[in-house]
Design a binder for this molecule. Sequence first.
Ligand code: OXD
Length: 340
Amino acid sequence: MKMILLCYPADEADLKLVSAAAPDHEIVVGSQDSVSPALQNAEIFCGHIKSAVDWQAVTAKGNLKWIQSSAAGLDHCLVPAILNSDVAVSGASGLFADQVAAQAMALVYGLLRGLPVFFRNQLAKVFERISLDDIRTRDVAVLGCGGNGQRIARLLAGECRKLVATDLFPSSVDHQGRYSVVHADETDQVLKESDIVICTLPLDASTTGFLDERRLNLIRPGGYLINVGRGKLVDEVALVSLLQSARLRGAGLDVFATEPLPESSPLWEMPNVILTPHVGAQSPTRNRDVTLLFCENLRRFNNRLPLINLVDKGLGMPRPENRLETAWRSADWATGRAIP
Ligand code: OXD
């Protein structure tokens, strides 16, 4: 019997849903410790691997046909052995867009409205009024306009003075005339015209260190950086120094170059920083949402239909026509979640 290996916190109800969608498969639940050897025997894997995997051995065995990532980011499985193989990869991009956008809003408004200062003052019982910033006078850039970026842009457009998003496929973005979208090649110009930069980019070889010292210095003086993508997109050392010199006024970070963030990081102590521990995608329905996407993709896999969020390995992400937003928009997939 062929095997489906799961490595995410699936409960009994999730397992029932997966069994019903794949009655001819054995379903095995792996732990982070056991996942690497088990992967060699699996035909299908759904999960997020945080431990070391011998991907070369997995592809050499030849059993694995498809990886469904339970994380939005694909850096855990888009490794050279998989990129150079026939193993299909589909992501969870956009599945947690509501939550990631809510996290981004908390970070943006928290910074503008002084929460890091007020939290410290609350602990010290200090009742001090300070002057605060206002989104209406600020221009916003959203880097990366996939599922997360689109949701963030939709929430902030109309609240800020001007919002410009960047994307590799600007014409595919459903901006409904509420904000503009330009090609990612124009990022430098967009940064120069922005006070608040929200980074939602995926991490791959081409985006590692994308917000380096030079690009961080293009953001308008007194600007803010919000990162809900991946920590390694940003040069953290340069960021710290720009925050220390007040060249940047604040940062809201959910992701870090090293996670957990080392105790030695100056970011912990900085009064103009809000840190959250990579929780942007968390919600009470997260695991069920993964299961429902996986079951729909199992149906597609079994019927040789295009997978939702099928990754174009050349791009390192799904092409627009395969993105979850496209499936939602064309209403060919509904899971009981509200269609945005
Ligand atoms: C992520 C996630 O990719 O939590 O960050 O899904």
